[in-house]
Design a protein around this ligand. Structure first.
Ligand code: AGP
Length: 607
């Protein structure tokens, strides 16, 4: 999704803005631009394509200490220089950047056109610049507030005016916005990655709030001009965590980081003596937790698949009925919220609008929602009624990898806690803890065998269709593996229940459609083996992802990848890593943009 950044301070704004936009690249975009104020002039540069295209046109000598910048993920209007932000009003004295969608822009544009405003772009966002112009009578903040009262939809808007040098107005509704407080300088952006090089002191802006900032001060008010006291938070991440280091891509770095991110998610959350987990942020008493009769997990994408794994184990281990729902579906399904139901919103970014809106719908109906997020201070984390941070460190690659295993970790701790409050005895709790703590070394073993995964990708990357097949808690892992291949190698892949393929999809089988089976050494192994044979009997290509020593599975398959064996509840942690690497190396073979796949955004803040 779009990235926005604003700067007021002593430095050359263009340098701060362009560097900040580079940091926001990971959000996904197709064009970018900046507007820098100098004396009573706005200097606007905007280009289709990567940030480098913008860097090529912005003069190094560009002067000005105050400005705004934007990376655009197109929603309305083609990808071209004109539709890139910032957008200006008719006078050229106002420039705005916008992240979100203005759903009622057509009517507003018609009205403004009738009033004589001249539009240059096909975008929804440009109406904001002309509305501010129409309301402006010397008070920029007031004009922005009047503007946003007319907007329907979501926005994170930054506005500047040549009559107000060194001033930026920010307004937020539904799209993330954070203020960075520097020493004699101020920044504002979509997320902390754009400002961490300058400050770690941040203020998170909420929906309905407006920020007025200049190089030395800031003020937050609501739409009725009441001052809003805001807490100043400190960013926990370090700048180098947002660098690739020696890795060619963020995705590969983050896959490898899992040997550390999983233990970090465990952190000090295990009570060895009691053989249970200690989770501080649930904001629920033991009696309230015992009163939970049902759990519903809401999420999108990879987080949804993590939730699907968790739902199986909540039921099988903690004996709590549990389901996972797509946030985008639940929100509009008019869900029934019952007493005793506990909701979990799982979101790496903590900004996914589908998930955020589903939370608000559930809370509107009295539902209690706990957030499982990675980004501290993110909207979902702040709006949830409690939750658990997964502490996987910044995940920059669009394809989510370490967040998946860290989300599992956080929720496995919750499963342990709930199971130990119910049916799980102390020895079983100890075994479960041992299994969790053992994951790190297993992932390390898999990474040591990375080259065999790369060789498989070299062999298979030219196929145009794949089936990923698993059962039980590895059925969601099959879906996640398919998603990875789709989103970074642009290869069609379908994740399916291995049991279900005989009910239709087996018609797809031919020697051009490899079937990758996840074959853990668990209670369903023999069933999966039978499914593999059904494919082989129809001349299908079979890849087996199985445990070391499973020679029988290896004999049946055309190719095999091995992972270390482990207690069956933990197999998703191990099975997903080869699938992440397989997708990565297929994408590499195909010359895809691994970290910033086409059309994708890291944080989907539009519906
Ligand atoms: C996963 O690789 C994708 N980038 C995407 O499916 C992502 O998981 C989804 O958009 C949810 O994001 P979130 O976890 O930040 O809410």
């Amino acid at each position: 999704m779009c990235g926005i950044i604003g700067y007021c301070g002593p430095r050359e704004a263009s340098e701060v803005l362009l560097a900040g936009l580079k940091r926001l690249e990971y959000r996904g975009y197709d064009s970018s631009g900046i507007s820098v104020g100098f004396r009573d002039n706005l200097q606007v540069y905007k280009k289709k394509g990567k940030i480098q295209a913008l860097l090529d046109v912005v003069p190094e000598s560009l002067k000005g200490n105050w400005g705004i910048g934007h990376t655009r993920w197109a929603t309305h209007g083609g990808v071209n220089d004109t539709n890139a932000h910032p957008h200006c009003d008719c006078t050229g004295k106002i420039a705005i950047c916008h992240n979100g969608i203005i759903e009622n822009y057509v009517g507003l544009k018609d009205r403004l056109t009738d009033e004589g405003h001249r539009f240059l772009t096909e975008t929804d966002s440009e109406v904001i610049a002309h509305l501010v112009e129409s309301f402006y009578e010397g008070d920029l903040e007031a004009a922005v507030k009047s503007t946003v009262t007319l907007l329907k939809g979501t926005y994170g808007i930054l506005t500047m005016h040549t009559d107000h040098p060194d001033e930026i107005i920010g307004a937020r509704n539904g799209s993330p916005m954070v203020l960075g407080i520097g020493d004699g300088e101020m920044l504002i952006a979509s997320d902390v990655s754009a400002m961490i090089a300058h400050t770690k002191q941040v203020v998170y802006v909420e929906d309905g709030e407006v920020v007025r900032m200049d190089s030395g001060s800031y003020a937050v008010t609501d739409m009725r001009n009441r001052s809003v006291d805001k807490k100043v938070d400190s960013i926990s991440w370090e700048l180098e965590e947002m660098e690739k280091g020696d890795y060619p891509h963020f995705m590969l770095k983050e896959i490898h980081e899992q040997i550390d991110s999983v233990p970090r998610a465990i952190g000090g959350r295990i009570d060895e003596d009691q053989a249970t987990a200690v989770l501080g942020g649930l904001n629920m008493s033991e009696m309230e937790l015992l009163g939970v009769k049902r759990i519903v997990i809401i999420a999108a994408g990879t987080s949804y698949y993590a939730g699907c794994v968790v739902a199986y184990l909540l039921e099988s281990l903690a004996r709590i009925p549990a389901v996972t729902e797509l946030a985008s579906e639940l929100r509009y399904r008019n869900p029934i919220v019952e007493e005793g139901t506990l909701y979990f919103a799982m979101s790496q970014s903590g900004e996914t609008l589908d998930t955020l809106m589903a939370i608000r719908e559930l809370q509107r109906k009295g539902g209690r929602v706990l957030g499982i997020c990675n980004v501290v201070g993110s909207t979902i984390a702040r709006e949830s009624d409690g939750g658990v941070y997964i502490h996987s460190g910044p995940e920059i690659a669009v394809a989510s990898t370490k967040a998946f295993t860290s989300q599992l970790t956080a929720m496995y701790l919750f499963i342990l806690k709930m199971a130990r409050m119910r049916h799980m005895a102390w020895p079983e709790g100890k075994r479960f803890i041992s299994g969790l703590l053992g994951i790190r070394k297993h992932i390390g073993r898999i990474l040591e065998g990375e080259n065999s995964i790369r060789e498989l990708a070299v062999k298979y990357h030219k196929f145009g269709n794949f089936l990923f097949l698993g059962r039980g808690i590895n059925y969601p892992v099959a879906m996640e593996g398919a998603l990875k291949l789709k989103e970074i190698a642009y290869i069609h892949a379908e994740g399916y229940s291995a049991a279900e393929i005989k009910h239709g999809p087996i018609a797809l089988i031919n020697d051009q459609t490899p079937s990758l089976f996840i074959v853990p050494d668990d209670h369903l192994r023999d069933k999966v083996i039978s499914n593999m044979k059904e494919i082989k009997a129809r001349k299908g290509l079979v890849i087996a992802l199985c445990v070391e020593g499973d020679e029988y599975a290896a004999e049946i398959a055309d190719d095999v990848l091995y992972v270390p064996n482990c207690d069956e509840e933990f197999s998703p942690f191990l099975m997903v890593v080869p699938l992440q690497l397989f997708a990565y190396y297929c994408a590499l073979e195909l010359g895809c943009d691994v970290d910033q796949p086409r059309n994708l955004a890291k944080s989907v803040t539009v519906e």
